[in-house]
Write a protein that binds this ligand. Sequence first.
Ligand code: PLP
Length: 433
Amino acid sequence: MKYYSTNKKAPLASLHEAVVKGLAPDKGLYMPEQIKKLPQDFFDNIENMSFQEIAYRVADCFFGEDVDAESLKKIVYDTLAFDVPAVKVEENIYSLELFHGPTLAFKDVGARFMARLLQYFVKKEGLNKINVLVATSGDTGSAVANGFLGVDGIHVYVLYPKGKVSKIQESQFTTLGNNITALEVDGVFDDCQALVKNAFMDEELNQHMKLTSANSINVARFLPQAFYYFYAYAQLKKLGVTDKIVVCVPSGNFGNICAGIFGYFTGLPIHRFIAANNANDIFFKYLQTGKYEPKPSRQTLANAMDVGDPSNFARIYDLFGGDHSKITALISGATYSDEQIRETMKQCYASTGYILDPHGTCGYRALKEGLRPGETGIFLETAHPAKFKEKVDDIINDNVKIPERLAAFMKGTKQSIAMPNDFAQFKAYLMKE
Ligand SMILES: *Cc1c(COP(=O)(O)O)cnc(C)c1O
């Protein structure tokens, strides 16, 4: 399969090139030239298959031309070493719990898949060590660090703003050691991102070491997220629901929902999608007006969705040939203030006993408000509420239990390197590595 850039000014790339480069040279996002249809008999029997079996069929549809069957199967099975259950919250509303992986958020799936695919290419092509640079405000760093932990031939540098991430989040990428280095930058998230961007553009540094990124613009990170949309369908089908399924996705950079839409184009019978936003309503506004107007991001309770210029919008736009009416026919939107998030989390807990995290709360509310007669809704619960324990406890006035694997991180010893917010010093550090 060849990959083209959404900006259409870069040469076609192989999967290997698209994964190692991340962003295309014309700053566009890579897209597969074609989305194959999955056969009807796959959907006819999907409810009798395991998550891993389903995911392998989907992976084969996307990546089968470029990765041999045995290796691809192993990558998929290793990636999905945890369940993604669909849990009934109330009549017609289900939660797809994506927080049963190592760092308790959905990014585990994409990060683990990308790590294993990159390792496959490193081995196959006998490449030198690859270095992944990732700037994080919290969740991305932990998913990427844990996804790549112990993967031979790859070293990860996580840049995070000193004092700006929660203790729980920090423990998830500073206690790992091994092939993971945490750099504590004396600055804010945007400074970390700027250091990473400068590193990718520095010729001397790129001659010294092979650098790549691991954010959701990477094909190998966003596309595997399609797997669990199929498994959600399979679980609902098993419960007797097959008609008019609405999937609601709490969205920030729009990588997650974009993967679901790729699933839809392979033939997955989803009736429609809802993109739930927090107060960062750029996509919501686009749906209303047809105009895409990026804005600086605003801080909210659902902070992993605080994105003012969602990068994967370019992919959605491209998939529909920029046709606003086609986009609004399949996807609708919702936007919620922090006050509404609080109110809804409280209401859901009081009436159902289900504890939502701030991101999933937006998804739940958008279904409650947006489901039409005859539809069944499932929202993606993108993180475990314990990751936001202080906020959630305060809102529901109860005590969220911390799962064992989260508590385990907090017992580890912090290992990080202090880094001034200065590119020359960051570069000098990497040149010595
Ligand atoms: C990253 C993240 C999101 C947003 O996902 P996108 O793919 O960027 O739209 C939502 N919820 C949580 C908990 C996240 O970590």
